[in-house]
Design a binder for this molecule. Sequence first.
Ligand code: ATP
Length: 514
Amino acid sequence: MAKQEDVFKTIVAHAKEYGFVFQSSEIYDGLSAVYDYGQNGVELKNNIKRYWWEAMTMLHDNIVGIDSAIFMHPTIWKASGHVDAFNDPLIDNRDSKKRYRADVLIEDEIAKIDDKINKEVAKAAKRFGESFDEAMFRQTNPRVKEHQEKRDALHERYSNAMNANDLAELKQIILDCEIADPISGTRNWTDVRQFNLMFKTEMGSTADGAMEVYLRPETAQGIFVNYLNVQKTGRMRLPFGIAQIGKAFRNEIVARQFIFRMREFEQMEMQFFVRPGEELKWFDFWRQTRLKWHKALGLGDQKYRFHDHEKLAHYANAATDIEFEMPFGFKEVEGIHSRTNFDLSQHEKFSGKKIQYFDPELNEGYVPYVIETSIGVDRMFLSVLCSAYEDQKLEGGDSRVVLHFPAALAPVKCCVMPLVKKDGLPEKAREIQHRLRFDFTCQYDEKDSIGKRYRRQDAIGTPYCITVDHQTLEDGTVTLRHRDTMEQQRVAAADLESLLRDSVSLNSLLKKLL
Ligand code: ATP
């Protein structure tokens, strides 16, 4: 097994052991691809959401928020295209009775060839050392060239089949590549079929029967159908944006990689309404603005990359993903899409209501164009968790597991600890904790040795530990221990608020965005 896979398994186990993420309904053997956030997870998640919300609504005069309902009129999903086209191509293996996404099977096959190429390149880089010219090697090495040609041909055939919605061709690619079911090992595949990802349920009951409704598969449509309400009541002038955080539901066929692909998840979406013709300028603006938001967290600039879409949805005229390097490779965390006026026009058509903006400068009315930024809270959580995790070897053969969360996102900001459980130290420590809890999430811990208590806080990523000892009673000073450096500093207890505030407050992050 690849080392990175081991690291990922360890992170998943750590997330459970320390109250970040639990399998949903675990005592009933779990519900696949559904997860619950524990006592530390919910704090981290809330901090991520707050960072996004405040960056959107507080730092921009022209962005406001809403909170729309999960249930919406079913015609909305007809208008948006989800009823007819929100599908994944699926294929079953007759022997294992397992169901797969045909596109994922083929993409995995392409990734395998990429791996082979990368291994050749890495081997050669090691052999040639500093003088290695990677671009030249890729162009000239016969083995790499052969793999590359095979990969490009497969990729082209796959893209064509996906673009043409040619399900028979997708199956043929799977057969031609001799892709076997990882469980049964056989190639006994059914035909490829389309599978709609929306969950359906029924609302109310009338004489004619109940109305079929959907759990929303994205939060965006709740924004589009409220465009007029917000524009009119907020007297908004273009360009302006509407932000929303909320749950979305997709009946994902293949749920993989922990909270990366879930059936119930949370999105943070912002739709930015602009004048037609100005959308690509704003697309570029949001592409840069969103990357800056990610990078301000300090998880490592090299861990991000853009993936511009070659294949655009029929309504889009530009699209890019911000990908983050997870332990299982670079993966989409956020999508930025220039959606033209497709959604608002569709709602105009299906609802029969005029959805237009009267532009006082141009003295004309039109349906605004839209730039969307759409990020998954859970994927963001996963990227923060994975990049924070370190199994650190310490001097003297000791080790510790530490989560280097950005301090502003850490679930607990500080923990106050009396050195011993006597001599009035617990009372003093409680007094300090009760003062600090008005400003920070602040814990109190008096159990076990001080070393063990530090380790417990390291494991949940608490940036500061405050130790109260006998000297505290004499001169009012405490020991402030820093999580990342493990450095200890003697400071006046009275100064704690001002010492901590700058580094743990969201403002420190938000100020980097201006
Ligand atoms: P993917 O290609 O990975 O399925 P997508 O392109 O369908 O993602 P979008 O519809 O653009 O995703 O959704 C916007 C964001 O919502 C994604 O960037 C991702 O962060 C999040 N997201 C989408 N599907 C899921 C899911 N099943 N579980 C968790 N997060 C998701």
